[in-house]
Design a protein around this ligand. Structure first.
Ligand code: NDP
Length: 394
């Protein structure tokens, strides 16, 4: 039986992974090794009681007693804290879902690759913070990374059987998020509630807001470069409000392969789960006659400074991805807490990149995990300082 672990099982991607595993027969079809959550101990215990993993781990150390109480008598081991999550990734598994949100997903992903597991990667932050390290680790251990982000799954599928050298460009589609039709002058006043009203996708809170600010697309541009190894100038972004084309690959003969489907993460999760086969999935089938038309437009750089910053990160490389992601996470925390305006998030990231510019290391070297984590820490401090200044209007 295939041995499977799910990191971030209590989140949006994690729950959809659990659903697909349940539909495929649950514990009759898979042996579950490790399940991890963050703070939602009650939900983690419920999923564990159903899927009977060897171990259930919550990131929040204060949740350990509760998790133990809830799983007493089940024979499931329990643990808590980031170190315990990393150790859970050392347990031999064939397939590991990386669906923790944020840079916290990096270490468990690296550890899963080190034991040779196939890593289904939803955690795009791993590739942004340490893309070359992650891909080199996969190569070193002869382990495979399968993209789960819908755009990257689409590109991966469009590239099946193709030579990457024949690729001219990769076109990432973007829904534009909740605020795409707001006038530019209103964006600065957008609230958390406004930014959470995504028109097409039901996702976790953080990625939904990143979608409205286009920081999500900025992460994906960097993710594309790191995963597929193309040059930054080969990556384009286009707004496609219907979210039915999940991305496209343009080849040197002028052909474009587009991947279409309903906006439903269970497609790309299920594709990674069943790869290299295709299994039946519970996603809506498109009725093209009813859809009638698809629209596209170029993103306005004034609305979406995150896209420009992603280009700067790709040009600079070194530790700039780690700094960019950490600063973005801090800026988002401040926005969620009501301390920072919507458009000021990009300002915090820009301030941080310039504050750490002397510490970004050489451009073309694979950075060590220690260097990446040190930059993650430094950038969080600098971003916090910038957010505090901006909140005071200084
Ligand atoms: P959610 O916020 O819904 O879930 C995040 C998961 O990570 C939860 O299980 C949460 O636990 C856990 N978690 C949070 N913080 C920590 C931490 N510090 N250490 C360990 N675990 C933690 O996120 P999503 O499912 O939306 O996103 C997960 C990843 O997938 C992100 O990288 C996102 O960018 C990517 N992604 C998501 C898509 C989507 O449709 N949702 C689409 C494409 C990519 P708890 O809830 O128990 O606190």
């Amino acid at each position: 039986m295939r041995r499977i672990s799910i990191f971030g099982a209590t989140g949006s991607v994690g729950e959809q992974t659990v659903e697909l595993i349940r539909r495929a027969g649950g514990t009759n079809a898979y042996q579950i090794v490790a399940l991890t959550g963050g703070r939602n101990v009650a939900r983690l215990a419920e999923i564990a009681a159903e899927l009977r993993p060897e171990i259930a781990v919550c990131a929040d150390p204060s949740g350990l007693g509760d998790l133990r109480d809830r799983l007493t008598g089940t024979g499931i081991a329990v643990a808590a804290g980031p170190q315990a999550i990393a150790e859970a990734a050392d347990r031999p598994a064939d397939w590991v879902m990386s669906a923790i949100v944020g840079a916290a997903g990096l270490v468990p992903g690296l550890r899963a690759l080190a034991q040779g597991a196939t890593l289904a990667l939803a955690n795009k932050e791993s590739l942004v913070t340490a893309g070359r390290l992650l891909m080199a680790e996969a190569q070193r251990h002869n382990a495979r990374v399968l993209p789960v982000d819908s755009e990257h799954s689409a590109i991966f599928q469009a590239l099946a059987g193709e030579d990457i050298a024949a690729v001219e460009r990769i076109i990432l589609t973007a829904s534009g998020g909740a605020l795409r039709d707001w006038p530019l002058e209103r964006l600065a006043g957008a609230t958390v509630k406004d930014a959470l009203a995504h028109p097409n996708w039901a996702m976790g809170q953080r990625i939904t807001i990143d979608s409205a600010s286009m920081f999500n697309k900025a992460l994906e541009v960097i993710e594309t470069r790191e995963f597929f190894g193309v040059r930054p100038d080969q990556i384009e972004v286009i707004l496609h409000p219907e979210s039915l084309i999940h991305s496209m690959v343009g080849f040197r003969d002028g052909a474009i392969m587009a991947h279409m489907g309903a906006p439903d993460m269970r497609h790309s999760i299920g594709y990674a789960l069943n790869w290299p086969e295709r299994a039946e999935l519970p996603v809506a089938r498109l009725d093209l006659a009813q859809i009638g038309s698809l629209t596209f437009r170029a993103p306005d750089p004034n609305r979406f400074p995150a896209l420009r910053l992603a280009r700067e990160v790709m040009a600079r490389r070194g530790l700039s991805g780690a700094a960019f992601n950490a600063a973005k996470e801090v800026a988002l925390d401040h926005f969620l807490a009501g301390r920072l305006g919507f458009m000021a998030m990009a300002g915090v990231v820009e301030d941080t990149l310039s504050a750490v510019s002397a510490d970004l290391g050489p451009e073309n070297v694979i950075m060590s995990l220690a260097d990446v984590l040190a930059m993650d820490h430094l950038a969080r401090v600098r971003a916090g300082e910038s957010a505090a200044r901006r909140a005071k209007g200084t």
